[in-house]
Design a protein around this ligand. Structure first.
Ligand code: PMP
Length: 393
């Protein structure tokens, strides 16, 4: 018998499975669960974008593209950054098309990290940065963000975490799981802290089209002096409801894009060709879809946040993405126990805040990518659950 535990790369063996997945494995044991767990738009990909994919197949666009991706698409992405954020990028040299933002993140970590390099990550945080750090032999350094600061990374907390070994700063705004955003002055304050260091910023802007209350997303690349040291991760999954098309990109300094392209070339060759044609259509004619979905999320956001606050679970009003992060400390339960009991007693699935770092203790992550009826039913069950807890039933 082969003992794979002995044979596996130790760093891979030690990677913990995602706390989100772990919870969904438990959910599968029940067949009547309603979920508020998935971070995936519930809309179908807009019809004209699907049609562009169908047309690509019908016209025989079924071969590899260049390693970097279709020139036409890369230029559209550069044009999007100009139009949306007034940042100048060259589509020919500064953009790599990847298999979702996920691949772009993976490449950046592998290309930039040396043994012992520190990766500063604002927490609570999306789940992949910690494993990507340890796989590359880096050291993961969480920086706690707090509700009193609207879950923004403060310059003071960042300053306190920086050491001579700090190599990367990962910023995910709008944030998964908290719904926090960073406004221009917040980013400027961060830029001021790192301007005299060698820290490279990985700015995960995958939720950049989803901000509320009339605030627009500010890209880190807009801040003077930051474009030169920032790689932006973005993609089509969230903005255009294209999760299954698996298409994203990295955009940044050309030397870095050349290095990650080298890795991509060997590991992937090129991203899905049909999806690339669909993405061109999304960028050219998809603003109306973004606006429609945004409006719908915003209405759901208000419903869910007021619903939780009425139940007595204090909830920060998210300013971006499509999650909220209710505080469950008043119930006296820890996050995992709250989620396990809610699932067992009321068949509602939400994700424990601890899946996003230790500082997520006392919180749950709720996605509002669901219909209003679905959300209302889930809120009713959660309300009953909390009431029963409080009355000691
Ligand atoms: N970054 C964040 C913050 C995310 O939430 C996700 C998906 N949940 C991704 C990156 C990856 O998205 P994709 O690979 O579908 O582009």
């Amino acid at each position: 018998m082969i003992d794979f535990n002995q044979l596996l790369n130790k760093r891979i063996r030690d990677v913990k499975p995602s706390g989100i997945r772990k919870f969904f494995d438990i959910c599968e044991e029940y067949d009547d669960v309603i979920s508020l767990g998935i971070g995936e738009p519930d809309f179908p990909t807009p019809e004209h974008i699907r049609q562009a994919g169908i047309n690509a197949i019908a016209s025989g666009h079924t071969k590899y593209t260049s390693n970097k991706g279709l020139t036409e698409l890369r230029r559209e992405i550069a044009a999007y950054y100009k139009r949306r954020f007034n940042v100048d990028y060259c589509g020919d040299t500064d953009v790599l098309i990847t298999i979702g933002g996920s691949e772009a993140l993976d490449l950046c970590f592998r290309v930039l990290l040396e043994d012992g390099d520190e990766v500063l990550v604002s927490e609570p945080s999306y789940v992949c940065y910690s494993p990507l750090t340890s796989i590359s032999n880096g050291v993961y350094v969480p920086i706690v963000t707090e509700e009193k600061d609207r879950f923004r990374l403060t310059p003071e907390a960042l300053k306190a975490a920086i050491t001579p070994k700090s190599k990367l700063l990962v910023l995910t705004y709008p944030n998964n799981p908290t719904g926090g955003i960073m406004e221009r002055e917040d980013l400027e304050a961060i830029a001021e802290v790192i301007k005299d260091t060698n820290i490279i910023v990985i700015s995960d802007e995958i939720y950049g089209e989803l901000t509320y209350g009339g605030k627009r997303h500010v890209s880190m690349a807009e801040i003077p002096g930051m474009k030169e040291r920032t790689v932006i991760i973005n993609g089509f999954s969230k903005a255009y409801s294209m999760t299954g098309w698996r298409l994203g990109y990295a955009i940044g300094p050309k030397e870095l894009i050349a290095a990650i392209t080298k890795m991509h070339q060997h590991a992937i060759m090129s991203a899905n060709t049909i999806s690339q044609y669909a993405a061109i259509e999304a960028l050219r004619n998809g603003d109306v879809d973004i606006n429609y979905m945004h409006k719908t999320y915003d209405a759901r956001r208000r419903l869910v946040v007021s619903g939780f606050n009425l139940i007595g679970l204090h909830t920060f009003e998210p300013e971006g993405a499509f999650y909220c992060f209710p505080c469950i400390k008043s119930t006296g339960l820890d996050s995992e126990t709250f989620c396990a009991q809610l699932l067992e007693k009321k068949r509602v699935a939400v994700v424990p805040g601890t899946a996003f770092g230790d500082c997520g203790e006392g919180y749950i992550r709720v996605s509002y990518c669901y219909s209003t009826d679905h959300l209302a039913e889930a809120l009713k069950r959660i309300g009953d659950f909390v009431e029963e807890l409080r009355s000691g039933k």
